[in-house]
Design a protein around this ligand. Structure first.
Ligand SMILES: Cc1ncc(COP(=O)(O)O)c(C=O)c1O
Length: 420
């Protein structure tokens, strides 16, 4: 949020040249989103993919999804095409229902809304609805809980850095309506034991949401490449809904995610319907009213451009970078990847190096990445182009870790921050 202070809303607008100069000048300190040293959330599938995503976005940037059925039939087709492809990718059963939202947070919000209204209809005794989430579940579940009046029971433990199945089982009570697992979560990046969660959901008749915002466009292809991936999708019978972000490893322009719900019976609780006003029927399946058609067009175009093999090749490249980084860290000594993450983001931890100081030293050399606490970690989110910087990154890690251990670099004490 921005506090109102200065006055720049001038009576007369700028001429185009002055405006262009101001816009360039205002961006002077910005980083380039996909510069190679950016190892956090820079979902770059390659210049050709970005060109496809941007062209489709720009072509329909003025089109509003809310009028798609009356004015932009192509947007309806794009959405249906994306849902069909994503449904297939996530092994959704025939009759599953999907929608495109503006991002992972909105997909999660709508999943919680659907679960809440489903429970209102089918579990009248759950008068104070609760959802049980692992310690690592994304903050968006708490945002959803707060907005929708669903209490969030967040586990304190994270055994083996995955969901605490025992704790979640014990937390189930008459008000529980929903369980959450992530494939994989943002912190730690290890896929939760979703087979167990699926069993638990079926046994107690609870709504299980799998947050595959990051992994939705990764894990299916890790699997196709022949690596073992524990169950994470609709093949698990207890999974009621999944979120998978197009604007992450789906490589679309920003503002697109898919929420997939197992059946029409469950999906009917997602939407919002209202007609008691002078403008007639209003129905949306998302929080947002107006939505940019460009994001939807971009999603469709990229998926059609890449096909399964395009995604698979990019995942293969990222897994190779992960392997090289993991092996390189072990050679440096005391550093390593936390656990055995199945996907393409992971935490780097150490037992004897101050990770915040290492992080600061690497930031000073231009590297951008996420950070984790408990344990202190630096977290990398690889993209398909990062193979080009693996050696340089490892060389800097080696040097900076040496300086930290020799007390020549002191950390500035900063932990992870994730503020918009
Ligand atoms: C696992 C997970 N879920 C949900 C989200 C939220 O996605 P968004 O930022 O698109 O709202 C993120 C974002 O990084 C995430 O990593």
């Amino acid at each position: 949020m921005t506090r109102h202070s200065n006055r720049i809303f001038a009576e007369r607008g700028l001429d185009r040249a002055a405006l262009d100069a101001e816009m360039v000048q205002l961006r002077a300190k910005d980083r380039q989103w996909n510069e190679l040293k950016n190892l956090r959330a820079a979902y770059d599938g390659g210049d050709d993919v970005t060109a496809v995503a941007n062209a489709a976005f720009l072509a329909q940037i003025g089109d509003n999804m809310i009028y798609s059925s009356s004015a932009y039939p192509s947007l309806r087709q794009h959405e249906q095409g994306v849902i069909a492809m994503v449904g297939e990718m996530l092994n959704a059963p025939e009759g599953a229902v999907g929608s495109i939202t503006t991002g992972g947070t909105e997909s999660i919000l709508m999943a919680v809304k659907a679960a809440r209204d489903w429970a209102r209809a089918t579990k009248p005794r759950a008068t104070q609805p609760e959802m049980i989430v692992p310690r690592t579940a994304h903050a968006a579940f708490n945002k959803a809980g707060e907005l929708l009046g669903v209490k969030v029971v967040r586990m304190i433990e994270s055994p083996g850095y995955r969901a605490d199945i025992e704790g979640m089982t014990h937390a189930i009570n008459g008000n529980t309506i929903m369980l959450v697992g992530s494939a994989p979560p943002y912190p730690y990046a290890l896929v939760d034991p979703l087979t167990e969660l699926s069993g638990l959901a079926l046994e107690h008749e609870l709504w299980l949401h799998v947050d595959a915002c990051v992994g939705g466009f990764v894990l299916p292809f890790v699997r196709e490449l022949g690596h073992e991936v524990p169950g994470f999708d609709f093949l698990l019978p207890g999974v009621a809904s999944m979120s998978a972000d197009l604007h992450k490893y789906g490589y679309s322009g920003r503002g697109a995610s898919v929420l997939m719900i197992r059946s029409e019976v469950l999906a009917k609780y997602q939407g919002f319907h209202f007609d008691a006003w002078p403008a007639g029927v209003y129905y949306t399946a998302s929080v947002a009213g107006s939505r940019n058609g460009g994001a939807v067009a971009s999603s469709y175009a990229v998926m059609r451009y890449l096909g399964r093999s395009g995604y698979r090749e990019r995942v293969a490249a990222m897994l190779e970078s992960k392997r090289r980084i993991g092996e390189g860290l072990v050679r440096i000594g005391d550093l390593g990847i936390l656990g055995r993450p199945e996907g393409t983001h992971f935490s780097i931890v150490a037992s004897d190096v101050d990770m915040y100081a290492l992080g600061d030293g690497l930031n000073d050399r231009g590297w951008l990445f996420l950070r984790g606490k408990e344990p202190r970690a630096i977290q990398l989110q690889l993209n398909a182009r990062h193979g080009a910087i693996v050696d340089e990154f490892l060389a800097d890690v080696r040097e900076v870790a040496g300086l930290v251990q020799a007390n020549k670099i002191e950390g500035r004490g900063g932990g992870p921050v994730y503020i918009a």
